[in-house]
Design a protein around this ligand. Sequence first.
Ligand code: UDP
Ligand code: MG
Length: 314
Amino acid sequence: MKLYLVIPCYNEEEVLPETAARLEEKFRTLIEGERITADSRIVFVNDGSRDRTWEIICALHEKNKLFRGISLSRNRGHQNALLAGLMTVKEECDAAISMDADLQDDINAIDEMIGKYDEGYDVVYGVRSSRKKDTLFKRGTAQAFYRLMRAMGVESVYNHADYRLMSRRALLGLSEFKEVNLFLRGMVPLVGFRSTTVSYERGERFAGTSKYPLKKMLAFAFEGITSLSIKPIRMIATLGLLIFLGSIGMAIWSIVRFFMGYTVSGWASLAVSIWALGGIQLLAIGVIGEYIGKIYLETKHRPTFLISDYLSDD
Ligand code: UDP
Ligand code: MG
């Protein structure tokens, strides 16, 4: 099997030499063990780095053709860089594995991923078995993130980041998704095909600092929800309905109060109309939102289906 490894890099000069050395060694053993063919490649995607990252990639390519490099015109962010790499190699390889440059993803999980590919899986998700090495803060926020995603109707694999293997046909399937708001780990499940998981221990960043500060993380979570789910719009409609129902309750209550003789004149009609109008307005916004949600999904030009097998007579 011809395996390509795709690694987005943004200002990773501190880790890149070590990552490259370890991966070179890994590929050597994999090729010797005939798990992958000798024309397998490691592809670094330079995401508009401002440091020496691209020079390092060029030097690696010069020394050993195992390494390839793709440089983006400017910094476009992790997801775009990753997609750029995957889409560049999709036609050439049998399968591609995406991973981070900082060695947090255990490279020994590659063996198992290849094993699953050989068993016939098209997508193999790398799942973190534990987050012992992460800071308490990172662990807490990450867990909250996965829960929120699920609650908001985004189908995603728990504790899976972007360390995964995808077969060529899964990559071709992914290329049918024309959206520009990328949240790859939520899109891959939509591509479908047979998938499984492989667990690995998440390590510490080998060197350098995280390129995902809290601000970027929050933006990423927001992107994930708004680019994959229209559930928040539905929630507005539901809220509107609840408030409207509440207004009916209020109407009954104020009539009861009226007959008990407790009310100031005008209070009942005022209170009920505030609730009823608020509810109806929210409900109306929700209905309009539903159509906007539909328009939104249409504009994504996602494939309506992908065929995995076709039994025909010739
Ligand atoms: N990255 C990128 N472009 C960016 C930010 C990050 O290509 O704008 C890459 C980065 O080089 C690394 C991966 O995305 O290979 C994950 O980033 P990082 O390890 O900093 O994130 P964390 O593990 O802290 O979530
Ligand atoms: Mg990292």
